[in-house]
Design a protein around this ligand. Structure first.
Ligand code: 5GP
Ligand code: MG
Length: 210
């Protein structure tokens, strides 16, 4: 049973829903101010289109957050998925982030597009930094970042990000899209796992974690 693996609930599904709604309103307000008077879109060949946004969710952890968030953004949008693997050492927490090209849907150019990158959790900042670097090369009109969670550790707190739903303790969390060895993403709340669960399934060596 998944429930018996939970140590404690950090953020309940109700609190998540309320906060997602708030952040969606903030994103919508900022977007409307930022783009008022502008036209954009791939087919802007003289036609007057409403401003639109290009969402770039980072797979896989952001899927549930993105599903909830986008239904609260009344903005014309396209979604372009990006997949990043963290090659995590067994002992150190040092990770190396790599783009997985085969699961990434970015166009050659993002010229004129207002881009919002979405990730589940800001930890070392490596993942977001790498995705930002990749997107900047594609020349977007603007580039913003949104994370569901930010860990209370210096690397994350000092990393510049536009929208944060919650700050969480520097502990390993799962649920609402976040996994442990690819499990627990379907838990509706954001929780910590009992240490026994983590120790029992700890990977023996370096592993790939999308
Ligand atoms: P960063 O590159 O900022 O160190 O890490 C971001 C990625 O690491 C996240 O997208 C997520 O996949 C993973 N990650 C970091 N901390 C946690 C955590 O506490 N729980 C889970 N499930 N994943 C985490
Ligand atoms: Mg992950």
């Amino acid at each position: 049973m998944m429930d018996s693996d939970i140590e404690r609930v950090l953020i309940s599904r109700e609190a998540i829903a309320r906060r997602v709604e708030e952040v969606a309103r903030q994103i919508t307000g900022d977007f409307n101010n930022h783009t008022s008077g502008q036209v954009s879109g791939a087919g802007a060949g003289g036609t007057c289109e409403s401003p639109e946004i290009t969402l770039v969710p980072i797979l896989t952890g952001s899927i549930i957050f993105v599903a909830d968030l986008i239904r609260r953004l009344p903005i014309r949008m396209q979604i372009r998925l990006v997949s990043v693997s963290s090659y995590r050492g067994a002992v150190t927490r040092a990770k190396q982030a790599l783009i997985r090209e085969e699961l990434t849907m970015l166009p050659q150019s993002l010229t004129g597009e207002h881009v919002l990158v979405i990730d589940d959790i800001l930890d070392s900042g490596q993942t977001l930094a790498m995705v930002q670097r990749l997107l900047r090369q594609k020349n977007p009109a603007s580039l913003r970042t949104c994370v569901l969670l930010r860990k209370r550790r210096p690397e994350a707190m000092n990393f510049s990000v536009d929208y944060v739903c919650f700050d969480v303790p520097d502990e390993f969390v799962v649920g609402y899209g976040l996994d442990y060895n690819d499990y627990y993403r379907n838990l509706p709340d954001i929780v910590t796992l009992r240490p026994q669960v983590i120790h029992a399934h700890a990977p023996a060596g370096p592993e790939i974690q999308p």
